[in-house]
Design a protein around this ligand. Sequence first.
Ligand SMILES: [Zn+2]
Length: 270
Amino acid sequence: MMIAMIGLACTQPERVSVPAPVPEPELRPPASRRSKSPPRTAVARVRTVELGRSVSGKPIEMHIFGDAPRPAFIFGGIHGSEPTSAYVARKLVEYLHEHPEAYAGTYIAVLPAANPDGLKARTRRNARGVDLNRNFPARNWKRSRPTSASFGGSKAASEPETVVIMRAVRMLRPSCIVSIHSIARGKHCNNFDGPARTVAARMARENGYPVQPTMGYPTPGSFGSWAGVDQEIPTITLELPRDAPGPQAWKENQAALLAVLEAGTNRLAR
Ligand SMILES: [Zn+2]
């Protein structure tokens, strides 16, 4: 399985504007349960890239582990008022640094803080008052009032942070994506867009959260609309319970996120 995957990572040209639809990933147990001795190539393929900067100039970094044609892509902190999402993504980065066996034979990219200005200010929106998760150029993007908590920007993709995430998707052409958020307990879930029900169900086996095909309210211009619905990339919006402390949220979701890693890559091994 490994041999065919080595050396092809992360070199997709920028001109690929819309990734081709991908079928629902095949699910298998995590690599940590299959492979006791990871190949050295996986250990060597760890790098951090700065994809761009926020409105105030803060770098937005992505951490890449392993080497295979199509990665799982996980990002947190798009809503600055949901810091647990960034915490869990950072813990995943830490874990992958410490446990190369966890991504042996796979490929994962993690972008922990998509909205660094909002995270610093603890605001949902970015430094220009735009809800980045309503700013994607999805077919359902629509104009909203600047005073709205979910203001989607003066036009789609108007914000540098949105462009950074779009750049990540175009560069990686991920086979599976998780966007981490947090929400009032009781509404926490594995929400999915596009052909991702199987992945959401796989995550649910690990974190015990309900599988939800919709959040129950419109989300025009959301990342899930853009990537999952429009481009048919399996996309999970992982909604953590907001009252859970970071370490608890990480503990609850560690296995679920590692399962996504496997789900993202294993369809390629067929
Ligand atoms: Zn959110």
